[in-house]
Design a protein around this ligand. Structure first.
Ligand SMILES: [Zn+2]
Length: 51
């Protein structure tokens, strides 16, 4: 039930809204039921796999 949630900075949101894939500054692994963040990473290799 844990899904990766990419976190973007303000400027990166513009690219996301335009449909352009950009690298988030971090990815949080959050529970879909209670929104609790179990883990987060800023490792580019991991983030590339989940975004
Ligand atoms: Zn939960």
């Amino acid at each position: 039930m844990v899904s990766p949630v990419p976190q973007y900075t303000g400027l990166d949101w513009v690219w996301v809204l335009l449909g352009i894939t950009t690298m988030p500054f971090e990815v949080q692994f959050r529970c879909r039921r209670c929104q609790q963040v179990f883990d987060k990473t800023r490792d580019p290799a991991v983030m590339r796999r989940v975004i």
